[in-house]
Design a protein. Sequence first.
Length: 120
Amino acid sequence: MDQKWRIIYYETSQGNSPVFEFIQNLDVRTQNKIAEALELLQDFGTLIGPPHSKKVTSTPLWELRVVGGDNIRIFYVAVVNRRFLLLHAFLKKKQKTDKREIKTAINRLDDYRSRLKIGT
């Protein structure tokens, strides 16, 4: 198998990592499920597909679906050099994903890209 993909966490300009902090605040069982999902993402990369991952319509985002009853979702994008950038994690409470969750991820992606351009 080719080399694994790397996982990177979005960081705010203050150095906070909202996705990492979200995961750290969950119980150990749920953290382990997330670790398994991230391992699959690293192993299979862009080929992961359903039921583990799904494209978010009309956005550059992908949704990592953590298997289990918790309905944890992590929005991510592929970036250069075989890396995935984790942008936003949340507990999905309804059948349809709340637009505010998508907006949060898009805003973080825009922030990441803008800071990449200015070199900070």
